[in-house]
Design a protein around this ligand. Sequence first.
Ligand SMILES: Nc1ncnc2c1ncn2[C@@H]1O[C@H](COP(=O)(O)OP(=O)(O)OP(=O)(O)O)[C@@H](O)[C@H]1O
Length: 262
Amino acid sequence: MSAANTSVPALQCDGVHASLGQTVVLHGIDLTLPAGRWSAIVGPNGAGKSTLLRVLAGLLAHDGTVHLLGEPMAGMPGRARAQRLSWLGQGGVGENSADDLLVYDVAMLGRLPHQRWLAAPSAADRDAVERALRSTQAWDWRDRPLGQLSGGERQRVLLARALAVEADVLLMDEPLANLDPPHQADWMHTVRALVARGRTVVSVLHELSMALAADTVVVMADGRVRHHGASADASTHRALERVFDDRVAIHHVADQWIALPR
Ligand SMILES: Nc1ncnc2c1ncn2[C@@H]1O[C@H](COP(=O)(O)OP(=O)(O)OP(=O)(O)O)[C@@H](O)[C@H]1O
């Protein structure tokens, strides 16, 4: 798949409101996420980060408009959207419903948007799945049921499924959950490689130091975007410290930004 045209935003929200049950959770989100960049969404628990990501993925009804790569998401055929936008949710594939599937077949689910109804996987599908599983070091588990893996191993398989889509835009909700430090670093290298190829990554992250390695940081609180700026900007650091009630401080250490509790 070709790299996205970086002059068109990957995702754009205008006046997005969304409710869960009777509760309004997103209160008028205006946000433009650049193509060919890695954006991190951060903020306190309950800020609305996952809800916003679900709206961006087209998974949650909302008021307002969302554009994906310049086209209105509303009315976009599901298959076209699924080819351009890949999703890694917190629970993974249907929570635990995929536990009986083999790792290889889980990753192959990522190819569904590219396959004809009931058609056997093509050589391109098999190549994409192998590439994805190898890139998350999950290839050796390909014949094991997903349910027999540890939390971190499972997360790497679900990441492989998201990568196998080979979509222009990848949305990931807490992708580092359960990953040990080396695999967190691997995840970041994977993201950097995707971005170098023109892909867009949008990730909800609780690890603030990891978020500060992104290109842009979206700071949320109380269902609103409080700030969106470059990760190196002092205004971004200030906004981050403020939404966490100054309980974190951001430092520049060894050529990277680090958030420490205080
Ligand atoms: N089904 C629901 N009905 C009503 N309110 C809900 C429902 N699900 C979530 N909420 C509320 O919506 C708000 C936003 O939730 P969301 O999961 O988007 O936050 P978040 O920023 O991702 O939080 P966290 O960092 O804890 O994962 C929270 O206050 C939450 O309590």
